[in-house]
Write a protein that binds this ligand. Structure first.
Ligand code: 13P
Ligand code: SF4
Length: 305
């Protein structure tokens, strides 16, 4: 429950948002008090779709930089604000456009599938993008038998299980999900053998092996609503538990091992969202020569989804 001062800030945000015809797009890992005032709360794919179709003038993106950049590329005529300048995703910086171009030279018969957790310049030199919820679909549908998959090797390993294609995996990973261990899952299961286990595909393959379902954050919300299980062990960033509990109050949710926190996602606070609207900061800009080809790879992804 937000306290009184949080409520005051929430109200101030809601008022300014209306005056400025702005919307708040919020990722499932954001702080509870930000999730509660979202116009749309979702996973990377859901947020990208909302950004592409909104008629608001301003998008305030509560997530990390690559998500706000994606929104700007998909809706170039809108103003996109990221409330904290340095809220970025470390995995998005694990591969560069130069490295992709080099890989393409080495493997001219391969197509490059890049996770949306990449910079705009990487998207610009890739053949198509994907998110955790459509990666299998995208790799299956892209017209190539050889795929260079960047940057998340764990998502790549997950996709590999479902496609009969040669996949060259980049060596990137998410520091939050990589810390979840098979022991975390086994110990939770020992305590609650009746519980279902859901994990994110950014988790290691040995962790995915122990799960009942491997889902994007949006997929986790849907699974929790629909399952008969009353206890659910969740292997992802712990911010999602707020939404899971709120939308499925009849069920119990537990983190797999200690709560895992993405410090980058948590840089955004109610105060910074308010400041973003008051000072119109921090504007996301993507140079046209990068935004144009990056939009083609994102549009291709949306067409596959
Ligand atoms: P989702 O698209 O599943 O929400 O994942 C985004 C992300 O950054 C996971 O770490
Ligand atoms: Fe990036 Fe991992 Fe944080 Fe997601 S949870 S934003 S992949 S660091």
């Amino acid at each position: 429950m937000p306290n009184n001062s949080q409520k005051e800030i929430q109200n101030a945000i809601l008022k300014l948002k209306e005056q400025q015809n702005a919307i708040l797009l919020v990722h499932n890992y954001q702080r509870p008090e930000i999730q509660d005032i979202a116009d749309f709360l979702g996973d990377s794919l859901g947020l990208a779709k909302q950004a592409a179709q909104t008629d608001a003038d301003i998008i305030v993106f509560c997530g990390v930089e690559f998500m706000a950049e994606t929104a700007k590329i998909l809706s170039p005529e809108k103003m996109v604000l990221l409330p904290e300048r340095d809220a970025d995703c470390p995995m998005a910086n694990m591969v560069s456009d130069e490295e992709i171009l080099e890989m393409q030279k080495k493997h001219p018969d391969a197509k490059v599938v890049s996770y949306v957790n990449t910079t705009a310049s990487v998207k610009a030199v890739s053949d198509v993008c994907c998110t955790s919820s459509n990666a299998v679909q995208v790799v299956k549908n892209i017209d190539a038998d050889k795929i260079i998959f960047t940057p998340d090797k764990n998502l790549g390993f997950w996709v590999k299980r479902f496609v009969d294609k040669e996949m060259i995996l980049w060596d990137g990973f998410c520091y939050v999900h990589h810390r979840i261990t098979p022991e975390d899952i086994k110990k939770s299961k020992q305590k609650m053998p009746e519980a279902s286990v859901i994990v994110h595909p950014e988790c290691r393959p040995e962790v995915a092996d122990l799960a009942d379902r491997v889902e994007s954050t949006g997929g986790m919300v849907k699974f929790a609503r629909e399952t008969e299980a009353k206890k659910i062990i969740v292997g992802t960033e712990s911010g999602i538990l707020h939404r899971l509990k709120k939308e499925s109050p009849d069920k119990e949710f537990y983190t797999a091992g200690p709560p895992r926190i993405c410090q980058n996602m948590k840089k955004i606070t109610l105060e910074s969202v308010l400041k973003a609207l008051q000072k119109v900061q921090y504007k996301i800009e993507v140079p046209e020569k990068i935004a144009k080809p990056a939009k083609i790879t994102l549009d291709k992804m949306l067409n596959f989804s």
